[in-house]
Ligand binder design. Structure first.
Ligand SMILES: Nc1ncnc2c1ncn2[C@@H]1O[C@H](COP(=O)(O)OP(=O)(O)OP(=O)(O)O)[C@@H](O)[C@H]1O
Ligand SMILES: [Mg+2]
Length: 248
């Protein structure tokens, strides 16, 4: 197995053409180590979501390559890519993206059911339900939950198919600090207890400090990496960008 759960090499992503052209990624090479929690930070528009979407196979690069484990995404057809996403990748979006007509339990098991299911899945789902602390809400619908509870469902759903890597785009962006802490703790637990790989975009230094490593983007480029982050060190680093005029 590759030491990286996901990686991009010389990744370039250009949106639009001519006057409207935007280089959202301008030559990024970056690996997300297996079994680790990585945070991606950078100013608005620096390419964080684009990087995550391209690394996860939700969008394609203009040039360069993206791998999930040993599989190069650019070599896959649409059907193979869909299967790979279902079997090996999980997502947590800022806006939850739960299915409003399904219960909590159904929302959590949906990706697993789509992926075809496995014999020991019921047990795994039970573990996840306990990890996210939603046993007493299993038959509620998303509209009957708080924002923090909905995001916890989204986290459980992302891990339901036992993906190699979970990508989370500002998973705490819509939450109060207490719910946010819970979601971050869950993501950290998933890495440390179930050996998953998590990649999370965040604007919050406190959230980023939950990760093992923080990578910093600016103008579509990788500009720094920080191991063993603390909120203060991350904040200082972000301030340094501001002073250098890198921030939009
Ligand atoms: N579909 C698109 N079409 C054209 N330009 C796009 C598209 N998606 C993103 N961009 C542009 O690409 C750049 C990077 O966008 P991206 O969404 O990756 O930024 P981000 O770092 O996630 O920002 P934020 O922190 O605001 O979410 C931005 O300049 C954006 O306007
Ligand atoms: Mg974004």
């Amino acid at each position: 197995m590759s030491e990286f759960a996901a990686r991009v090499t010389d990744a370039v992503k250009i949106y639009g053409t001519g006057e409207a052209e935007v280089r959202a990624l301008d030559g990024v090479s970056l690996g997300f180590a297996a079994g680790r929690f990585t945070a991606i930070m950078g100013p608005s528009g620096s390419g964080k979501s684009t990087l995550m979407h391209c690394a996860a196979g939700l969008d394609t690069l203009t040039s360069g390559s993206a791998h999930i484990g040993g599989t190069e995404l650019g070599t896959l057809g649409d059907r193979q890519l869909t299967l790979l996403r279902r079997e090996r990748v999980g997502f947590v979006f800022q806006s939850f993206n739960l299915v409003p007509t399904l219960s909590v339990a159904e929302n959590i098991s949906l990706p697993r059911d789509l992926a075809g299911g496995r014999a020991d899945d019921a047990e795994w789902t039970e573990t996840l339900i306990d990890v996210v602390g939603l046993r007493d809400r299993l038959h509620h619908r998303p509209g009957e939950l708080s924002g923090g509870q909905q995001q916890r469902v989204a986290v459980a759903r992302a891990f339901a198919g036992r993906p190699d890597v979970v990508f989370a785009d500002e998973p705490t962006g819509n939450l109060d600090s207490r719910s946010g802490e819970e979601v971050l703790r869950l993501l950290g637990d998933a890495v440390r207890r179930t050996h998953r790989t998590v990649v999370m975009v965040t604007h919050d230094p406190v959230a980023a400090a939950h990760a093992d490593e923080v990578v910093f983007l600016a103008d579509g480029r990788l500009v720094d990496r920080m191991h063993v982050p603390t909120p203060q060190r991350v904040l200082d680093r972000l301030k340094a960008f501001d002073t250098a005029g890198v921030t939009a």
